[in-house]
Design a binder for this molecule. Structure first.
Ligand code: FDA
Ligand code: NAD
Length: 434
């Protein structure tokens, strides 16, 4: 069996892996010391592009245009960059077994990879309707989106089903971004989700009302409070209808499912401490096993700002946790220390001409401010979350870079307020004057 040894191995070749590689190069590594092992066939890229410009009919994004680290305004790391730095990119290679005791990983093809230090960056996978045994859910053109291969299948389906009908199952990030992308491609779009409003993990009813109204004006039909319980297909095995729990039946040429993600931790089950569905880490992304780190979607880490431990499935944290882990590894080697991770949650999304950002914690009372009419030519509105007399979270649609920075500062500094009415009255100016 082929065996290769490295000082550092990153398992997973997504966002966190790419940003970790850049940080290793910044800190200084020797050729041959670092390997990235990825089941994807391409060098690390900015995953958020897949649900946005990758699917646009015009101004389409394609690799190598969105390799990391362009998403954070940094230099683009092309496959050649890894070569120049002596970083081995081991692509199209899925690790199927990890033995943390003997510090080895085994690929599907039986190759063995040994490491001194391991960074787990396996990210998440999609939850499938077939996981719950939904009838007919294995029909053709029932699609999911996580990796570039999935996005290519979607692009093919969009081309094959020109002006056809799409049903989007799920009202979260994928649901909202993909229904917009398919509508822009001129498909007839219906969204279906069980909750009373979209993105309930983050949005208040007031925030959601704007997006639901805006989407309806774009011609997207929204069916709430029910789920897909079955699918029928035609003689080619392609999906034809979506059966809903409330008895309705929708015609469909394409179905896109976005019903959540699941962190990929199964390789390490029983070998490492887990918490809240992820691999438990400290503020340097070290795990319960010496010399093993976990970053990005898979890490459950101390959220210092809230004295809590949490897992975050967003790109900003994937980038920053990767950099923090590499800084910690390097400092450790030099007998130095660095500050603990002190993360301010930051989520964002873009669809149509809309763009929102959220910072902080969405707990407590809420205050809605600004112009949230779905028919407004330039909607700009937001929400503050207030807990124990302090503003702890802020959301803004349509903000300028300065305004977005201002709400980030509010969430970070948690300013006290006397009453909610003041916030309602002051709206965005409360943040911009801080
Ligand atoms: P990531 O998923 O990026 O990478 C994991 C890598 O590990 C993959 O390459 C995978 O193939 C590989 N892998 C897994 N198991 C393996 C194994 N056993 N062997 C080898 N390789 C293995 N966030 C945000 O803040 N704003 C946004 O707009 C978006 N948009 C967005 C769109 C879409 C379509 C998705 C799917 C996700 C987003 N996100 C987002 C979320 C964001 O992309 C996500 O949080 C980060 O990609 C997480 O980075 P990781 O490196 O942890 O995982
Ligand atoms: P999500 O958790 O955001 O949304 C899941 C949604 O699925 C729920 O809101 C609910 O409406 C719906 N749902 C659950 N069970 C259902 C059922 N049986 N039938 C119909 N609907 C059901 O997850 P997602 O949208 O699938 O996104 C997957 C991952 O990708 C997440 O980690 C997310 O953070 C990431 N992502 C992030 C962004 C972003 O940050 N802008 C964009 C795309 C994807």
């Amino acid at each position: 069996m082929a065996e290769k040894s490295f000082k550092y191995v990153i398992v997973g070749g997504g966002v966190a892996a790419g940003y970790a590689a850049r940080e290793f190069a910044k800190q200084g590594i020797n050729p041959g010391e670092l390997a990235i092992i990825s089941k994807e066939a391409v060098a690390p890229y900015e995953r958020p592009a897949l649900s946005k410009a990758y699917l646009f009919p015009e101004g389409t994004a394609r690799l190598p245009g969105f390799h990391v680290c362009v998403g954070s305004g940094g230099e683009r790391l092309l496959p050649e960059w890894y070569k120049e730095k002596g970083i081995e990119l081991i692509l199209s290679t899925q690790i199927v077994k990890a033995d943390l005791g003997s510090k080895s990983l085994i690929s599907e093809a039986g190759e063995v990879f040994k490491y001194n230090i391991l960074i787990i960056a396996t990210g998440s996978t999609v939850i499938r309707l077939t996981d719950f045994g939904v009838e007919g859910a294995d029909a053709k053109n029932i699609l999911y989106l996580r990796e570039i291969d999935d996005a290519d299948k979607l692009v093919d389906a969009i081309k094959a089903k020109k002006n056809g009908k799409a049903v989007i199952v799920g009202g979260g990030y994928i649901g909202l971004e993909l229904s917009a992308a398919l509508r822009i491609n001129n498909l007839e779009v219906t969204m279906v989700y069980p909750e009373p409003w979209c993105m309930p993990r983050l949005f208040t009813a007031g925030i959601a009302a704007f997006y639901e109204g805006y989407y309806a004006n774009k011609g997207i039909e929204i069916i709430k409070g029910t789920v897909a319980v079955g699918f029928t297909s035609d003689s080619n095995g392609e999906v034809k209808e979506v059966k809903l729990k409330d008895g309705r039946v929708l015609e469909a040429d394409i179905v896109i499912v976005g019903v959540g993600g699941r962190p990929l931790t199964s390789l390490f089950k029983g070998q490492i401490a887990e918490e809240k569905g992820g691999i438990k880490t400290d503020g340097f992304f070290g795990t319960s096993v010496p010399d093993v780190y976990a970053v990005g979607d898979v890490a459950t880490f101390p959220m210092k700002l809230y004295n809590d431990i949490r897992r975050v499935e967003h790109v900003d944290h994937a980038r920053k946790s990767a950099e923090q882990a590499v800084k910690a590894i390097k400092a450790n080697e030099e007998g130095k220390t660095i500050d603990e991770y002190d993360y301010l949650p930051y989520f964002y999304s873009r669809a149509f001409n809309l763009s929102w950002q959220f910072y902080g914690d969405n707990v407590g009372d809420t205050v809605l401010f600004g112009d949230n009419s779905p028919t407004s030519p330039k909607p700009k509105f937001g929400t503050y979350w207030v807990q124990d007399g302090k503003v702890v979270g802020a959301f803004l649609e349509g903000g300028s870079p300065e305004e977005n920075q201002a709400i980030a500062k509010v969430a970070r500094t948690k300013p006290p307020i006397e009453n909610l009415d003041t916030l309602t009255k002051e709206g965005l100016s409360f943040a911009t004057k801080i």
